[in-house]
Design a protein around this ligand. Structure first.
Ligand code: 6PG
Length: 254
């Protein structure tokens, strides 16, 4: 069974964040109704901040619709920094969302990105995925079955920490990789394409004119995963939803 493939263009970032937050609420509710819990992989970077803030804001009417106590929070990727570092994806989510909603601390599965050796952080995260999804009987053929993976896309076509020209883009056996990213002169820790592609739903959230050319290439151009790693994300049985603002969609032809 192939999932839905949806591209929604929202007028502006505010509308985009609202649509993304509504999608989050709907996916979490569906998962909790179906199997009593929801495993979400949060996206990093800056775009999700607006969405997370809406989810945390009691006045936005979304916070109370989420059964937070049944949500397990993971990250799609993490920078190789301590959790209190300004670049930490954990810190961004903790500040904008997790410090403001009642997700049980034991349900927050942070990447141990402070380990001097990124590889050992990746191995520890892999064990945590296997334990958590195994305990909830949500492993599918050796792959954790996320209910929702949130992703962003960089202007270079990367997603999570799957960067052009890095081996992680083609990782087919491991759950978590710790690629050296030359352009960043640093390691990253990232879920691999098979993990994202085992998810019930992957939702990309992208905004801004600086992504317009790349978005058109990713969605409408030739398949070239080395150049555009976001193209590796094709959930096998799950839904793939692109939520983009008008500026990012400016070069789409359909
Ligand atoms: C990260 C993210 C990364 C991000 C894109 C888009 O760790 O930076 O996982 O994949 O989603 O770079 O970032 P912006 O939302 O800041 O444009």
């Amino acid at each position: 069974m192939v999932g839905q493939r949806v591209i929604r263009v929202l007028d502006d970032p505010a509308a985009l964040f609202r649509a993304a937050a509504e999608e989050f609420v709907a996916r979490v509710q569906t998962a909790v109704r179906a199997h009593g819990a929801c495993a979400v992989a949060l996206a990093g970077g800056s775009t999700p901040r607006g969405m997370y803030a809406l989810l945390a804001d009691a006045g936005a009417g979304l916070r109370s619709r989420v059964p937070w106590e049944a949500v397990h929070v993971f990250w799609g990727d993490e920078r190789h920094v301590a959790p209190d570092h300004a670049d930490s994806n954990y810190r961004m989510a903790a500040e904008t969302l997790l410090s403001k909603v009642p997700v049980p601390p034991s349900n927050v599965h942070r990447v141990r990105s402070e380990e001097p050796d990124a590889e050992s952080g990746a191995r520890a995260y892999e064990r945590e995925l296997q334990e958590s999804f195994g305990a909830r009987k949500r492993m599918d053929g050796g792959w954790p079955r996320f209910d929702l993976c949130l992703l962003g896309m960089g202007p270079d076509g990367h997603t999570a920490s799957l960067f052009p020209g890095t081996d992680a883009v083609h990782e087919a056996a491991r759950l978590v990789a710790a690629p050296w990213v030359p352009k960043l002169t640093s390691h990253r820790i990232t879920l691999t394409p098979p993990v994202f592609n085992a998810a019930e739903a992957v939702v990309f959230v992208a905004a801004g004119a600086d992504k317009a050319a790349t978005l058109a290439a990713v969605l409408e151009g030739e398949r070239c995963e080395d150049l555009y790693p976001s193209q590796t994300i094709q959930p096998v049985g799950g839904d793939l939803v692109w939520l983009v603002d008008r500026a990012a969609a400016a070069k789409l032809t359909r």
